[in-house]
Design a protein around this ligand. Structure first.
Ligand SMILES: [Zn+2]
Length: 245
């Protein structure tokens, strides 16, 4: 049985979902910003232990994770401001047109983006960086690619609402805490810590994706599946759907 979705003048195949997320692993985890491996422990109450291997009636674990450090996550402007609504409130479910592009540079600049013909229908930009080994999915990051502020401003001019990158942060890992690329994306002034009318609160940044090399650059339908957690950054699972041409 076929399942198609039409977005604008394009038709996409819903039966061919391609997962570009890194799962949160409790054994072989990706890690950034010095975070230790995620932890899970069987829940224990009275005589119940949440582990079948330990004699429990079922598995039931309590976990310790850091969404920003342990896998693919989607964040809202609440990442850099105080007292802001969490991701599930600010970021409406997204199913729209995305463009996948690949770069072989560390600091992605406006000049790099201008070499790409961005399609006018695109609402989401997906950035893959080379080299792109599969061990990106369990790498411990001490250094990584990032986006220059002028590149972010270029995305803003193009009306990009959802930015997805395969590195831990759109800002350099060491940036003195300024987060200028995040601020530029959400129209938040340097030093500003509270919401204001200028802030683009419906835009999202997704970091630590992994796009396999088999997936070619180009146009896709994108659905960003986010966990319903009241946080500024939540584990997420972006799925791509190929166009039927
Ligand atoms: Zn983050």
């Amino acid at each position: 049985m076929q399942a198609h979705v039409t977005i604008g003048h394009r038709i996409f195949d819903l039966k061919k979902a391609m997962d570009i997320s890194i799962p949160i692993s409790f054994s072989d985890s990706v890690s950034a910003f010095g975070a230790a491996t995620p932890k899970k422990n069987p829940y224990q109450v009275n005589s119940f232990i949440g582990d079948v291997g330990l004699g429990g009636s079922c598995n039931c674990h309590e976990i310790t994770i850091n969404p920003h450090c342990h896998g693919t996550h989607t964040e809202c402007v609440g990442h850099i401001l105080s007292h802001v609504q969490p991701v599930p409130v600010l970021i409406k479910p997204f199913f729209g047109i995305a463009q996948l592009v690949t770069f072989e540079v560390k600091g992605i600049s406006k000049n790099d983006l201008q070499k790409i013909t961005l399609d006018s229908d695109v609402e989401a930009l997906i950035i893959r960086t080379m080299p792109n080994p599969t061990n990106k999915k369990n790498q411990t990051y001490t250094d990584a690619a990032y986006m220059e502020v002028d590149a972010i401003k270029y995305c803003n001019e193009y009306g990009i609402k959802h930015l997805l990158v395969d590195f831990p942060s759109v800002d350099p890992i060491e940036d003195g805490g300024h987060l200028l690329a995040h601020r530029a994306f959400w129209h938040v002034e340097p030093g500003q810590i509270t919401m204001s009318d200028n802030v683009a609160e419906d835009k999202s940044i997704t970091e630590l994706i992994y796009v396999p090399n088999e997936i070619h650059d180009g146009i896709y339908a994108l659905n960003i599946q986010i966990s319903n957690m009241e946080l500024d950054g939540v584990p997420s699972r972006p799925l791509l759907y190929p166009e039927i041409v």
